[in-house]
Design a protein. Structure first.
Length: 310
């Protein structure tokens, strides 16, 4: 799963890469079959939609679910990001977003790094999302929308939206969205929306501005997101619970490529319950925080990642 020069160039230009059908139906089914039981749990790590019992986001399943513990160490998801950053990674966040049929709410326009910076004091943009579709994604079940090239703006101004949905988010102003869309091509490619079969994968820059509409269709749109961060770029405080922003900065070691369909041992530290310490938060800055450059500076990034966020 090494990125080609053409893919590196595309990522630098657009801020994302799309791999349709990268995982097989059998691999995807083994993940999808585990979701209903996870979503049924009445735990803090299951955030439900506003005014609904439908799960919006399940956090940290890789710490208590064997199939997702394997996915968290899958080379197809880990190695491309290691390739881009030229460094080992740790899991900053792991979530299974459930945009359920008829009930899945919007995700407002935002940058992921905006939240990671403002809430977690992540030093720079040396982190990104890798997502895998567990359902077929089409134009009607709330697919992701990207503004190509918007990562080139770096960190943009955002406001903390605490009321629109059940999950607080640092969101981007509508006027800036208009400007970014116009710059990206307006009605001719200013917004793109990758769609494809279950098992497709998206890799996207932490400063890429994105959103998704509500799901009014009769089809679920469940996706898994691995938020992977360079070990040297770990967060600077524990403002959010550990199930949302992880505190273990140990580098990820990959399993063999067939791990989703064969048996391999994995650690499940929360199998018997989430520890109380995971709910404890603090505004105090970590003494070992890796603030080697300012949040808007990319001088410490490898060439491929630096140019992508300039």
């Amino acid at each position: 799963m090494k990125l080609t020069p053409e893919q590196l160039e595309q990522f630098d230009r657009d801020g994302y890469l799309f791999f349709p059908g990268l995982f097989t139906p059998e691999e995807t089914k083994n993940l999808n079959d585990a979701v209903p039981e996870l979503y049924s749990r009445r735990e803090a790590y299951n955030v439900r939609e506003k005014g609904s019992d439908a799960v919006r986001t399940n956090f940290a399943a890789h710490l208590y679910s064997e199939p997702f513990a394997k996915l968290a160490r899958h080379p197809r998801m880990i190695e491309p990001v290691q390739d881009l950053f030229g460094e080992e990674l740790y899991m900053h966040q792991f979530k299974i977003n459930g945009k359920m049929a008829f009930e899945g709410d919007v995700w407002q326009w935002h940058q992921d790094y905006g939240t990671w910076l403002n809430d977690d004091l992540m030093p720079t943009e040396r982190a990104m999302n890798v997502a895998i579709f567990l359902d077929d994604v089409n134009a009607f079940n709330g697919p992701l929308m990207f503004i190509p090239g918007s990562h080139k703006k770096g960190v943009v101004e955002a406001k903390h939206d605490l009321s629109t949905t059940s999950y607080p988010l640092w969101t981007v102003d509508n006027d800036l969205i208009r400007q970014l869309v116009q710059r990206a091509g307006d009605k001719d490619g200013g917004i793109v929306s990758p769609t494809g079969p279950a098992g497709s994968m998206i890799l996207f820059h932490s400063c890429l501005v994105h959103a998704s509409t509500s799901n009014l269709s009769p089809w679920n749109r469940v996706s898994v997101y691995l938020s992977l961060c360079a070990v040297s770029n770990h967060i600077g405080r524990h403002k959010r619970p550990e199930y949302i922003a992880h505190r273990d900065f140990t580098p990820i070691s990959c399993l063999p490529d067939d791990c989703l369909v064969n048996s391999y041992p994995v650690d499940l530290p929360w199998l018997n319950g989430m520890p109380e310490s995971a709910l404890q938060t603090s505004l105090e800055k970590l003494k070992e925080a890796a603030w080697t450059c300012t949040p808007n500076s990319c001088n410490a990034l490898p060439k491929t990642a630096r140019s992508a966020s300039a």
